[in-house]
Write a protein that binds this ligand. Structure first.
Ligand code: ADP
Length: 485
């Protein structure tokens, strides 16, 4: 910086806005120097000490304005102080007559009050502006620190898709050292498919104004390792609701995915391994039951029936486990066919009625043909009806209905049992979710049934939902496509 620029920066009051450092010596020295100069000028150069008035008023009023704007209240008051002392010196040194002396003192008194007010107001305004600017700068700094410390990547683009902000994690993740404003221009995207995907997500949020959650993007690292990112975008709106920018949060979920995969693999393997011995166990039990039946021992028969029922439960559980892991790995296969859902419902009811003393009613039965996987729908029905029995503990009948609407069949299973709290009605369809008190497990189960049922119904492009009131009962509904002719 040249010396001229240095002097200019030193004198320029605008340059000091937002910096709360107010000088003491500069306003003092400047005003004293100005007074001395004026005195020298009028006394020795123009030899007219009376001419001082005009210079003194103009120069000092400008000086007060300037210093209160440059150095706040302090700068203004120093200027006012020097001015008043100088004015007093003029009155004292000019040997005025009594009348003129009185008038001059009055004028100086009035000017002093005005100058003080002026310096106070301008100085106060200047200090308030400084404070606000500083506060905003602090806030920005705080946000910037947090922004760069976040354990997730954040990228913000404006409405022209120009990059406004990007943190270290994004740069590392995409292996791009500097993120120019024009990063999302076609040329840059061509060589980087994951970046193109990110751009598409940001752009669609920009166009639609709607957030997107946890979209997966796979990035190939230079050493060949792939990482999976979860990207969520959301629009940044101003106070009038207009979209100004779009932000994306980028999270590396590679480890989480690997862990989940390993867990699924383990469950899959364990349930496979368990299934074989249980199936042969069941065969032996059936053999034994036949033998016991021959010599008609009631006690033995009861014991073996219990063992048979328990092994059935065990097999259902293992099959559920297997289904959950197949669902997660996308390996649950479906075999669609046309069949009469009313017949299937009746068969399922007949089978379950044998194991329950609670009455299961199939109300208003009429023929309805659906196009679905028969076994999987049997699974859904079994799950809903056994749940209805389990969660109503003998209270009231279980009512099953089936009807047709448009090209859909609607099946419902109603009970008069414990019901489900409103807040939990959506969650019960999640994996391993069980409603109720976390600490006290009253009903046995793993929370897999409804998760599997929902997945099965969804794969048939159907919908499953519940309407329920606590202590009054629940009705589960699901829809299926009717037959293809
Ligand atoms: P599980 O019955 O093995 O716990 P499900 O996935 O079949 O698992 O059900 C999840 C949860 O939904 C259950 O734990 C229970 O809290 C609730 N639930 C399901 N059906 C009913 C019902 N008919 N009445 C009341 N609660 C139910």
């Amino acid at each position: 910086m040249g010396w001229f620029q240095k002097v200019f920066t030193f004198l320029n009051p605008v340059d000091k806005l937002g910096r709360r450092k107010y000088s003491f010596f500069f306003p003092l020295a400047f005003n004293v120097f100005a007074a001395i100069l004026i005195e020298l000028y009028v006394n020795f150069l123009i030899n007219d000490p009376e001419a001082v008035g005009l210079y003194a008023i103009v120069i000092f009023i400008l000086s007060i304005i300037y210093f209160s704007f440059r150095d706040g209240v302090r700068g203004g008051f120093i200027s006012v102080g020097v001015t008043i002392i100088y004015y007093s010196y003029i009155i004292y040194s000019r040997n005025y007559t009594e009348d003129r002396l009185l008038a001059s003192i009055q004028t100086v008194a009035i000017l002093s009050v005005m100058y003080t007010l002026l310096a106070g107001i301008i100085g106060w305004l200047k200090q308030t502006i400084d404070y606000l600017i500083e506060k905003e700068a602090d806030e920005k700094q705080r946000l910037k620190t947090v922004f760069h410390q976040l354990p997730v990547g954040v990228i913000v683009v404006d409405k022209n898709m120009e990059v406004i902000q990007v943190n270290r994690i994004v740069r590392n993740t995409f292996d791009i050292k500097t993120f120019p404003k024009s990063m999302f221009k076609v040329n840059n995207l061509k060589s980087n498919p994951p970046l193109l995907q990110l751009c598409t997500l940001l752009n669609s949020t920009l166009q639609s104004g709607r957030s997107s959650m946890n979209k997966e993007v796979v990035v190939k690292r230079p050493l060949g390792k792939k990482i999976t990112l979860s990207v969520s975008t959301s629009p940044v709106k101003n106070i009038t609701g207009k979209i100004m920018a779009v932000s994306a949060i980028i999270e590396d979920i590679t480890q989480q995915k690997e862990l989940n995969k390993r867990k699924d693999d383990f469950v899959n393997m364990a349930s496979h391994e368990l299934k074989t011995p249980i199936t042969s166990l069941k065969l032996y039990i059936e053999l034994l039951t036949g033998m016991i039946k021959k010599h008609d021992d009631k006690r033995e028969l009861k014991i073996i029936t219990n063992i048979h029922n328990q092994s059935d439960k065990l097999l259902t559980l293992v099959n559920d486990l297997l289904d959950v892991s197949r669902l997660n790995t996308g390996k649950l296969l479906f075999k669609h066919e046309n069949f009469r859902i009313d017949n299937l419902i009746q068969e399922t009811i007949d089978e379950l009625q044998e194991t329950s003393s609670q009455k299961i009613v199939f109300s208003a039965r009429k023929p309805i043909t659906v196009y679905a996987d028969r076994f999987r729908i049997y699974q859904v029905l079994t799950n809903l009806i056994t749940n209805a029995i389990k969660y109503s503990a003998g209270k009231g009948n279980i009512i099953v209905k089936a009807s047709r609407a448009d090209s859909k069949a609607i099946v419902s299973v109603q009970d008069y049992g414990i019901g489900i709290q409103k807040s939990q009605q959506k969650k019960i369809f999640e994996r391993l979710y069980q409603a109720g008190n976390d600490n006290h497990k009253v009903f046995p189960g793993f929370g897999m049934g409804l998760y599997i049922s929902k997945a099965i119904v969804s794969r048939h492009k159907g919908r499953i939902w519940v309407i329920s009131e606590e202590n009054k009962g629940s009705t589960f509904y699901f829809t299926l496509p009717t037959s293809h002719n």
